[in-house]
Design a protein around this ligand. Structure first.
Ligand code: HEM
Length: 553
């Protein structure tokens, strides 16, 4: 080849090239055309059956959306656990049943690369952080930060979450006699965002409306730019991404809000720390994610405060919308299954009574032993009687029915096809089928969440007390995929469940009745896809005051 470029060709060579080059170009073009026609976007393993598209449709979406469960059941029965479908405008191999586990236990299946391919979400989030440009390193940092500053601190964070959420509920709802909330999601978004600002950046900033609004709306703004790409062609996707990442990226303005708000807080914290060191007294370290990021500034190679705030926005994107969506959906279940409200409320009253009794016993013992001299000395301490009926982590942990109800809502509602992954190399499944490099799979959640064996029977029914007495039955596992599974299972799930329990506890303690504004939309509301428009409002009726709990929050 090099010779052709460096030596002058003879007449004979030129003649030969005149024949060979067009033939070569022809073969290459034919190969490209055949490859394009044959490459339907599915795995190249042709032993994987492809579900035929219904006549008149362009993708399987129409049939799927009519009844997702019935469509998938039909496909599983006809084609087995692995089959190809064109869903949400993209070709996926659907993975069902026992094979699902292989997706989460094989690191060569990548959730992030699938997300990037479908929505470009990684490029967007990388555009607002200066360090942690490597997506795997960034994920590791996210897991560590959430573990150290959130999951391991749930008992300390719970009273703060309760306080913030109660404040919003009292401010926005008060006592009400059949009050219509046209969009319950907005109420819950405010509750979740305010509580999350406290957990992420401290109580002081939870009072800052601009920060709360950034927490509440940055995911929505982000959704506006990544949403339209889901069904777009490859070129359109590229065009949209370039346009939004470089020209109209909605995220930097949210990062700026956090920088403006966090800078004085950080300076003050640094000053207090320096003063504590100078005095030789321990620094009273604030308990929030911002502090965690500052403490580990060097370990994670953060560059400056802008970088830290960019990272916080990435966390907000993972945390707020998912939690708000689940809490809103859970409230719809309270309306659809009114028979659960009283048992949930009664359980709460019983647990609060029990905890108050135990605390009183503890106080008596301390008085008897002389450890505490008089009842007055308990004021302002851990055992202050005024806090006997607070919702603490201890109280929420004992709400077995509540825990079961929440987990059952998440099991029952979870979208039937979710958790897309991309094969990073050719991967042979245990049934011998191969997912070729670069192709995407999607998990058939129906096949596990609606499996009678995995769910201990009646899997197709909503049974609010399904998980009562089954300790840890719903931790990430192949039978329970609401938080994913394996190494990349949601690291924020402990916080998310605590928030769901708090919202549900506050709801049933304050309101005795939840009713749909438009009851014909009940099924739609219960099975709403994540992020979809809520099709109806809700009426809230307050409990009569004498029945209301007396806990001080
Ligand atoms: C009810 C609320 C939530 C739901 C339903 C949810 C669900 C999920 C799911 C299904 C995944 C994918 C897991 C997988 O690939 O196997 C995930 C990942 C993730 N979630 Fe959540 N999540 C929620 C709340 C949160 C919160 C509050 C945080 C942060 C505090 C968070 C942070 C993350 C992160 C960082 C990842 C990426 C993990 C990785 O790629 O390794 N999530 N979540």
């Amino acid at each position: 080849m090099l010779d052709l470029l460096t030596t002058v060709p003879s007449a004979e060579t030129i003649k030969m090239l005149k024949t060979v080059i067009p033939i070569g170009v022809g073969i290459a073009s034919a190969y490209f055309v055949v490859k394009t026609i044959r490459d339907d976007g599915y795995s190249l393993d042709k032993s994987i059956p492809t579900v035929p598209i219904r006549r008149g449709d362009y993708t399987h979406d129409y049939e799927y959306m009519e009844n997702p469960g019935a469509f998938l059941k039909r496909c599983e029965e006809k084609y087995g656990p692995v089959f190809n479908c064109n869903i949400r405008g993209a070709p996926f191999t659907v993975i069902s049943g026992a094979i699902v586990r292989e997706i989460f236990t094989n690191d060569d299946f990548s959730f992030k690369d699938a997300a990037e391919d479908i929505t470009g979400s990684i490029s967007f989030t990388q555009s607002i952080v200066k360090s942690c440009k490597d997506k795997d390193a960034a994920t590791k940092v996210l897991h560590e930060i959430i573990r150290d500053n959130v999951s391991n601190q749930i008992p300390l964070l719970t009273p703060r979450i309760v306080r913030q959420m109660t404040g919003v509920l009292e401010r926005d709802m008060g006592t009400c006699d059949r009050k219509l909330v046209e969009n319950p999601m907005l109420l819950i978004l405010e509750m979740v965002s305010t509580a999350m600002v406290d957990v992420f950046m401290g109580a002081e900033l939870a009072k800052n409306p601009e920060v709360v609004q950034t927490f509440a709306w940055c995911t929505y703004d982000f959704g506006q730019v990544i949403g339209p790409q889901v069904r777009a062609s490859r070129f359109t996707k590229w065009f949209i991404r370039m346009k939004y990442i470089y020209l109209f990226n909605p995220l930097p303005k949210h990062v700026k809000v956090l920088i403006r708000a966090a800078t004085p807080v950080i300076l003050q914290r640094r000053q207090e720390e320096a003063e504590a060191v100078a005095k030789g007294v321990p620094y009273n370290r604030p308990m929030d994610i911002l502090q965690g990021l500052l403490d580990d500034f060097e370990k994670y190679n953060f560059i400056d405060i802008d970088d830290v705030c960019g990272f916080l926005v990435v966390l907000v994107l993972t945390a707020i919308h998912s939690t708000t969506d689940s809490c809103t959906n859970m409230t719809f279940y309270l309306a659809a299954y009114p028979e659960v409200v009283e048992p949930l409320y009664q359980e709460q009253v019983e647990v609060l009574d029990q905890v108050a009794k135990e605390r009183e016993l503890e106080r008596q013992e301390k008085l008897k032993s002389g450890e505490v001299r008089s009842a007055k000395d308990f004021e302002g301490t851990e055992l202050d009687p005024k806090n006997d009926r607070d919702y603490t982590a201890n109280v929420l942990k004992r709400l077995e029915k509540m825990d079961s109800f929440i987990r059952e809502v998440m099991r029952f509602r979870m979208e039937k096809l979710r958790l897309e992954h991309m094969a990073m190399k050719d991967i042979t499944l245990s049934n011998g089928m191969v997912i070729t490099k670069g192709k995407k799979i999607i998990v058939n959640v129906r096949s596990v969440h609606q499996d009678d064996k995995l769910q201990d029977g009646n899997a197709a029914e909503f049974l609010p007390w399904r998980f009562v007495g089954k300790n840890k039955a719903s931790t990430p596992s192949v039978g329970y995929l609401s938080f994913g599974m394996g190494r990349h299972a949601c690291p924020g799930r402990f916080l998310a469940v605590q928030e769901l329990k708090t919202v549900a506890s506050l709801m049933v303690s304050r309101y005795s009745k939840f009713e749909f504004q438009d009851p014909t939309k009940t099924t739609e509301a219960l099975l709403a896809l994540i992020g979809s428009n809520v099709p109806t409002g809700l009426y809230f009726t307050s409990r009569v005051p004498e029945n209301a709990p007396t806990q001080a929050v």
